[in-house]
Write a protein that binds this ligand. Structure first.
Ligand code: ADP
Length: 225
């Protein structure tokens, strides 16, 4: 079998509530994400999905356990190195689009590429290609306020893919949309993930969407079942 693009081994995380009350959120999470697969992360609210995605995306550090990205353990890397790995390998999609209001759809997708040293011409080419993949080629000059909720979220998906990451981490990416839009945005996400042979870990409450992914994992009592 292929090597996992992301592996979590015995990940632990707890938070202090007040000065003494410790909440153990992750109690030894083991999870492998393989190339090309879409995995649904299902759990009730408050179970630790966001915590797990933040740790997987190297935005937060676990208190115990190991994280491997493309087979490399990232434990002892410094913050600059982690930022570099995150920029190159990982794309995030959140429940709210977080697009910059003063920029067009295309410019919102150009920006992460420009910060990664890509030329403006090449960034624009890639942004337009991504917008075509989610059927928004004719909205490239629109600002976020001129787009529907579903369109905004599809632009956010393109932005997450801008730097050709290998891993997409999505936290309730359709949680803010109505039922019909949910399905079309979800289909855009899965289609683009499959077409570009990415791997995606997608937290969702929506069991219908979860059942459309390659695999469903449940986070129960701090562990993956
Ligand atoms: P989910 O995404 O499944 O709703 P979260 O990962 O956001 O769950 O939160 C898991 C638990 O950890 C919740 O009880 C939440 O209140 C707590 N929590 C999350 N972040 C923090 C934090 N920074 N400080 C203290 N407690 C936190």
């Amino acid at each position: 079998m292929n090597k996992p693009v992301l592996e979590l081994a015995a990940i632990e995380k707890s938070y202090l509530k007040g000065s003494t009350n410790k909440i153990e959120v992750l109690k030894g999470v083991n999870l492998k994400l393989f190339p090309g697969e879409t995995v649904a992360l299902v759990a009730p609210s408050g179970a630790g999905k966001s915590t797990l995605l933040q740790i997987s995306g190297l935005l937060d550090k676990p208190l115990g356990g190991k994280i491997f990205i493309n087979g490399t353990e990232i434990q002892n890397k410094n913050d600059n190195h982690l930022t570099m790995i995150r920029r190159r390998e990982i794309g995030f999609v959140y429940q709210f689009h977080h697009l910059l209001p003063e920029f067009s759809s295309r410019e919102n997708i150009d920006l992460p590429q420009l910060s990664n040293g890509i030329s403006s011409k090449e960034a624009q080419r890639r942004s337009n290609e991504l917008l075509s993949l989610v059927n928004l080629a004719d909205r490239s000059n629109h600002r976020p306020s001129e787009l529907s909720g579903g369109e905004q979220q599809r632009v956010a998906i393109c932005r997450a893919l801008a730097n050709k990451p290998r891993i997409i981490l999505a936290d309730e990416p359709t949680g803010n949309l109505d039922q019909k839009t949910t399905l079309s945005v979800f289909e855009s996400l899965v289609t683009i993930v499959k077409q570009t042979n990415l791997s995606a870990l997608i937290a969702t409450h929506n069991l219908d969407l979860a059942s459309r992914m390659d695999r469903v994992v449940k986070l129960i009592d701090g562990k993956i079942s």
